[in-house]
Design a protein around this ligand. Structure first.
Ligand SMILES: Cc1cc2nc3c(=O)[nH]c(=O)nc-3n(C[C@H](O)[C@H](O)[C@H](O)COP(=O)(O)OP(=O)(O)OC[C@H]3O[C@@H](n4cnc5c(N)ncnc54)[C@H](O)[C@@H]3O)c2cc1C
Length: 327
């Protein structure tokens, strides 16, 4: 690990001032950042510890907008009883992520900024455009079983790995970003970038900006929602495929549907195709499978990951049927 200066600001203002210095990276729970530094995948010269700053861990789950302070811990939010009742998809995405020990330390802001688990990126030696722009993508002719089906390019096939971000994508979510220059708010759907030609660019976060909160517009669809995650191991593993589904219904008729996919795309992936296949339909097993089919219509499988299409179709279908039972 290369030497760095550790900074512990006394206030958010002090932190924003320090963040504007080149070479500065933020440290929140540290569960990703320390790994990246140890692996030679991040090399800040100044590490800005914000984990203790007051006011940034507050969570509000009533009113027209839910507000999650960026420093709220995953474990604490998963225990929030209002959220458990009114937004089970959000809670389940946290409960199914990582391990209890990690969730005790990891923050919501850090979670949406976690980096891909692509082994070619993480191993620090393979050609990887995300790590060394212009070096190539080893997955293109390599192991691609866990790679993405959406939002990729020949420059990068890596997955976005987060569960909480996938569930957030099913709602009207925004991210509050502060810098010494002030506050800006970005729609969550525009916060992460598909990898395209520049896989090293993953989010619209600018140097000097700190995520201070994540907001979600309140919706009755939250109650009839679920997050379903399928993985190689039942615990402590990333999603092969996951789906968040949130529904509004009149009787068995779906009046509004929100569907997002995880483990299959370069960023948290909303599926308007699946939503259209559910909306205005009487929900049945056949209709839920049609929605799953629609969700994966535009998928671009490689040699070893086409199985995710059939798996994903069933994950979306099962999530829709589970969500509907919660009306
Ligand atoms: C073994 C293991 C298994 C895991 N399994 C899962 C899983 O199944 N599902 C899942 O979703 N996640 C999983 N994770 C990822 C874990 O959830 C993230 O590491 C965690 O949420 C990151 O939060 P943190 O507070 O520790 O962030 P940090 O490690 O402190 O920071 C992560 C990144 O975000 C930046 N950052 C953090 N907070 C801010 C902020 N407020 N403003 C600006 N930048 C910021 C940091 O500079 C850094 O680049 C796993 C992690 C590990 C180590």
């Amino acid at each position: 690990m290369q030497p760095f200066t550790y900074l512990r600001p006394a206030s958010l203002d002090e932190a924003l001032h320090a963040a504007s210095e080149p070479g500065t990276s933020v440290l929140a729970g540290g569960t990703t950042m320390v790994d990246l530094m140890r692996g030679g995948l991040a090399w800040p010269t100044r590490l800005l510890d914000i984990s203790h700053l007051p006011g940034l861990a507050d969570v509000q789950t009533d009113g027209p907008v839910l507000r999650f302070g960026a420093l709220a811990r995953m474990a604490d939010v998963a225990e929030n009883e209002t959220l458990q009742r009114a937004y089970p998809a959000l809670v389940e995405s946290l409960q199914l992520a990582a391990s209890q020990q990690l969730r005790n330390a990891a923050t919501l802001g850090g979670n949406i900024l976690q980096r891909t688990r692509c082994p070619y990126f993480r191993n620090g030696v393979s050609d990887c455009n995300k790590r060394v722009p212009g070096s190539g993508c080893s997955a293109v002719d390599g192991e691609d079983r866990e790679m993405a089906l959406f939002g990729t390019s020949e420059s990068c096939l890596a997955n976005y790995p987060g569960d909480w971000g996938t569930a957030l994508a099913a709602f009207d979510t925004a991210v509050e970003l502060r810098s010494a220059a002030g506050l800006r708010t970005v729609k969550f759907s525009e916060f992460h970038l598909p990898y395209g030609e520049d896989p090293a660019a993953e989010t619209v976060l600018r140097p000097g900006e700190i995520v201070t909160a994540i907001t979600v517009r309140a919706t009755p669809a939250g109650r009839a929602s679920t997050y379903l995650k399928v993985r190689d191991r039942q615990s402590y593993a990333y999603a092969l495929v996951s789906a968040a589904v949130a529904l509004e219904m009149e009787g068995d008729m779906v009046t509004s549907a929100r569907v997002s996919l995880g483990g299959v795309a370069s960023k948290p992936w909303r599926s308007p195709e699946a939503e259209a296949a559910l909306t205005g339909r009487r929900l049945s097993e056949a209709v839920s499978l049609e929605a799953g089919e629609a969700a994966f219509k535009g998928a671009k499988p490689r040699r070893q990951n086409a199985f995710k299409i059939e798996l994903g179709r069933r994950v979306v279908a099962r999530a829709a049927l589970t969500a509907a039972k919660r009306i």
